[in-house]
Design a protein around this ligand. Structure first.
Ligand SMILES: [Zn+2]
Length: 206
């Protein structure tokens, strides 16, 4: 349909449209047809389009410089990404609470940091959700909490933190070298002392 509209334009900004306009005379009329139902002309056009994708160069003028085209595509993609990220029913709402805006420049390059930004890791809430393990921290107060219990509140890890306190957001931790360092040492401690921190898994699980 958009192709038919483009062909109606008096002054097309695309050489291909112009070329087709030149081929149409009074004996030809154009109509929309349903695709992929065996209309001969449509099948031929599909085949030609497929063949065009393997050509080494593009001989289609877009009407705007390539650079502007790329910028435009990039901004459309960002807009689409942001709209999807903003949807309440989208996945990753925990991560959304830390990064409400999408960014192509953000890079989480440590597996420990990616755990805190996804809440996926060695935390009862996550382990239970995926039926990996049924155990709480020995303090027994974190049944439904995720990583936040360990970095802010768990008395068993209290000795590891001095600058990360409740009230310091995950976003703030990620922006501060010293807080990142402390955060990593808390998680490393958690990993290395699992048997002291988590309750023993119950043997007679149903
Ligand atoms: Zn605890």
């Amino acid at each position: 349909m958009s192709s038919l509209k483009a062909l109606q334009k008096f002054k097309p900004n695309n050489n291909l449209v112009e070329e087709i306009q030149g081929l149409i005379d009074g004996t030809i009329s154009l109509h929309w047809v349903k695709a992929h139902i065996g209309v001969a002309g449509n099948e031929v056009a599909d085949k030609a389009a497929k063949e065009a994708t393997i050509r080494p160069t593009v001989d289609l003028h877009l009407g705007i410089p390539e650079r502007s085209f790329k910028t435009r595509i990039r901004s459309l993609l960002l807009k689409e990404w942001h709209e999807r990220w903003n949807r309440d029913d989208a996945k990753g709402r925990y991560t959304f609470s830390i990064f409400p805006k999408v960014s192509t420049k953000r890079c989480i390059d440590s597996h420990l940091l990616s755990q805190v930004t996804t809440n996926h890791g060695l935390y009862p809430h996550y382990l239970k959700r995926f039926n990996l393990r049924e155990s709480n921290c020995r303090f027994g107060e974190d049944a439904n909490e995720g990583i936040q219990h360990y970095i802010y509140w768990c008395p068993l890890l209290d000795s590891c933190s001095s600058i990360i306190r409740p009230g310091v957001s995950i976003g703030q931790i990620l922006q501060d070298k010293n807080k990142i360092k402390e955060f990593k040492s808390i998680l490393n401690f958690l990993y290395n002392h699992q048997q002291d921190i988590f309750e023993q898994e119950s043997v007679d699980r149903p």
